[in-house]
Design a protein around this ligand. Structure first.
Ligand code: NOJ
Length: 735
């Protein structure tokens, strides 16, 4: 009996082992969704060949790229093992075909990740990022990004190359349109909002995408505002100006980053081990991956730090760029570099793990395919349009409003003039993804619907965007003369900003300025609507106008939002996220400059030294009255709690939303600090006659301390000032 028992036991163990290894064959750990992601990553990695590993680190394009800077034809030859593609199409079917190849034809069935530039909306295009920041409404921006994520993921995109959080202070640079302006804190706040909107709590949600912080780092410091060129960034400004938004984005869980094109004081961003490895991976413990910008690895040759593509691959990879976007450097050379011992296998493994980790987090192994839904189920949903409309409304900035020219009241004849009055295309802004001109409500149409039959609208183009053809001036002047008020829609073309779209001056072309002078002859109130992807030089137009509104590039809901503001249905609440210089020659000009040695001297001889419109400038139709600032204490010690309050009263007749910006100044410190630094902001709705209290809870280390050139924070004793508009309070920090 005992003998039989022993035989049975041995048989049982043997059979269990057979069944287990059979199961294991059928369902290895990496395919088991119940397993921990790290275990799945390790298991998959352990099964991969060198070549399979290298393929995971490459990204090709699929579909026709319509970005004229990165033209690439439909992908013809693509290995099934490829890690990623940029997906220019918006049809889930094509994605699924390609993905099927990866899932079924590759040995291990590793899904590809499909990336795309979803920068300010996918099909429901909302305002450009520079404008979004003028809303000072991060919750709304989060909602807008969630709309973009839903439309994109349902169309086959898993990963957006957004947000761009390059602090930018030179309006000539075309890419200022893509970021949140000149201030590090503002960029940090909107960065976090957009990461939350894109990724949500769980990226495997079929309506969420992975985010990508870009362009790491300092791209916005391009010399002369030219794209792709050298940037001179000291270690000190690297930390106190450029790092904050990235650190915030990494903390918020951004899955990926993109390495930048620019040369950072001698070491290009794409070969910069200090920022990519020491800071991002070692200090901040980012466990996702870094993708190069398009062609940025091979461009290390043009930048003079690599002799050939192989060396470029070696430099970028060892610095910490895990994925090669359209360089053919890693697919051609990485395996060879590993075999030669120049790239350690452990480094390759770490890179592959990072890419796989993001794919697992996106749920791509479980759900590699996109449900093939109809466009109607994905795009332009009523709730999405509402968000795009509100964001457009809140991002418009009323720059000037003399004699309460706005809102319109009682006029029955309105002339709508200018090259942008009936434009659709230019209001979409750069990087408009799958934005469709048919979806755009023009300014003219928006006004017509808003103002109804009681108002007679006339239209004249007046002039083209540029050139010197004045032949349409007369018709425009005639329309202006016959009207009660003139709405003049001027500004930039869509492709005057964005990538590779620098301008030497940020003034409007002379023909547009001449049109304003011409229409002045009609003697009617002139309202200028200015659409642009950057701040503008307005010193010649300002005196000619009665009211001016910076409308940026507001996206598909432009007409509705503009009409709402002009009619007074909506009270403007936008405030500038970037300074409007008096003239281009003032650039760089930004509110948070460091103090000059002589504040009473050093001015320009030919133009004013102060900008025309400062950061945070923006008017409303109501009148807000600010109390003095109240502090919980004026003398404090380290570790003490500190908070401030200010009461704001809406003393006008119209409800409005008011943003309070809290700045600090540290007049004497070991390093010279900016004259003012934004530390907190909050926007609240104030009903007419209502008073509300705004509160700023201080974290001394975060808000009063300074960061040094290594990223260390120091809190020094001494005097600090906390400021809101012209209100100021002194705080003494004692030891
Ligand atoms: C180049 C741009 O610099 C970057 O922002 C973009 O994400 C890539 N091209 C991909 O289109």
């Amino acid at each position: 009996m005992r003998k039989y028992k022993a035989i049975y036991s041995v048989l049982f163990v043997f059979l269990s082992m057979v069944v287990f290894s059979q199961n294991e064959k059928e369902s290895p750990v990496y395919k088991n969704p119940k397993q921990d992601i790290e275990k799945r990553v390790d298991d998959l990695l352990s099964r991969m060949t060198l070549e399979e590993k290298v393929y995971q680190l490459n990204q090709y394009t699929l579909g026709r790229n319509d970005n004229k800077n990165n033209i690439e034809e439909v992908l013809k030859q693509k290995p099934a093992e490829l890690g990623s593609v940029i997906y220019f199409n918006n049809d889930p079917k094509l994605r699924n075909e390609v993905q099927r190849q990866a899932m079924e034809k590759s040995r291990l069935g590793i899904p590809m990740i499909f990336g795309y530039d979803v920068i300010h909306g996918y099909r429901t295009v909302y305002p450009i990022s520079l404008a979004q920041a003028c809303s000072w409404n991060p919750e709304l921006v989060e909602q807008a990004c969630a709309v973009a994520a839903q439309e994109a993921r349902m169309s086959g995109v898993d990963w957006t190359f957004s947000p761009m959080i390059d602090v930018a202070r030179d309006g000539r640079w075309g890419r200022v349109a893509e970021g949140y302006g000149e201030d590090p804190y503002t960029n940090a706040v909107f960065c976090v909002a957009s990461v939350k909107g894109y990724q949500g709590k769980d990226m495997s949600d079929p309506k969420k995408v992975a985010a990508c912080l870009k362009h790491y780092i300092g791209y916005g410091a391009s010399e002369g505002g030219r794209d792709y060129v050298y940037t001179e960034i000291s270690a000190q400004s690297l930390w106190d100006t450029y790092m904050l938004p990235y650190e915030a984005g990494v903390k918020a869980g951004a899955a990926t980053l993109m390495s930048s094109f620019n040369d950072i004081s001698g070491t290009p961003g794409t070969a910069n081990a200090y920022i990519l490895r020491d800071i991002l991976k070692n200090r901040w413990k980012h466990d996702g991956f870094v993708v190069s910008d398009w062609g940025a690895i091979q461009q290390l040759r043009s930048q003079g730090v690599a002799g050939d593509k192989k060396e470029a691959a070696l430099k970028a990879f060892t610095a910490g760029v895990e994925m090669d976007m359209m360089n053919n450097c890693y697919d051609m050379h990485l395996a060879e570099l590993v075999k030669e011992g120049k790239v350690p296998m452990s480094m390759l493994d770490d890179a592959v793990k990072r890419v796989l980790r993001v794919k697992f987090r996106l749920g791509l192994f479980e759900n590699p395919y996109t449900p093939e839904t109809d466009e109607k189920e994905r795009f332009l949903l009523p709730a999405s349009l509402k968000i795009a409309e509100q964001l457009a409304e809140e991002s418009l900035v009323l720059l000037k409003n003399e004699n309460n020219t706005l809102p319109l009241s009682g006029q029955t004849k309105i002339a709508v003039i200018g090259p942008l009055a009936k434009s659709r295309w230019h209001l979409l802004g750069s990087w408009a993804a799958h934005g469709n001109t048919d979806d755009v409500i023009t300014i003219y149409d928006g006004l017509e619907t808003e103002l109804g039959n009681n108002v007679q609208l006339s239209y004249a183009e007046g002039c083209a965007f540029d050139g010197n053809d004045t032949s349409k001036f007369a018709e425009a002047l005639d329309a202006a003369t016959k009207s009660d008020v003139v709405i003049l829609c001027l500004g930039e073309k869509k492709d005057w900003s964005g990538e590779n779209a620098s301008r030497s001056t940020i003034a409007l072309p002379k023909i547009q300025e001449d049109l304003v002078m011409e229409l002045k002859k009609a003697g009617k109130p002139l309202i200028l609507l200015l659409s642009s992807g950057r701040p503008l030089e307005l010193n010649r137009l300002e005196p000619l106008s009665d009211a001016m509104v910076a409308i940026w590039q507001p996206g598909i809901m432009t007409g509705k939002a503009v009409a709402g503001i002009l009619s007074g249905r909506v009270n403007p609440s936008g405030k500038l996220s970037m300074t409007f210089p008096y003239a281009t020659g003032q650039i760089p000009v930004y509110y948070n400059a460091r103090q000059s040695a002589r504040t009473h001297q050093g001015n320009y001889q030919d133009i004013p030294t102060i900008p025309l419109y400062e950061f945070a400038h923006g008017l409303s139709y109501t009148n807000y009255v600010y109390s003095d600032i109240k502090a919980s204490a004026t003398t404090i010690k380290r570790g003490d709690k500190l908070s401030f309050e200010i009461a704001v009263t809406n003393a006008g007749k119209m409800d409005g939303k008011e943003t309070v910006h809290w700045f600090i100044t540290d007049p004497v410190s070991t390093i010279s600090r900016p004259v003012k630094e934004l530390k907190y902001f909050e926007k609240k709705l104030l009903k007419a006659g209502e008073t509300r209290v705004y509160r700023f809870e201080v974290d001394l280390m975060r808000d009063f301390a300074f960061v040094d050139s290594t990223g260390k924070r120091f809190l020094e004793s001494g005097d600090y000032y906390v400021m809101v508009k012209d209100k100021k309070i002194k705080i003494e920090l004692v030891d």
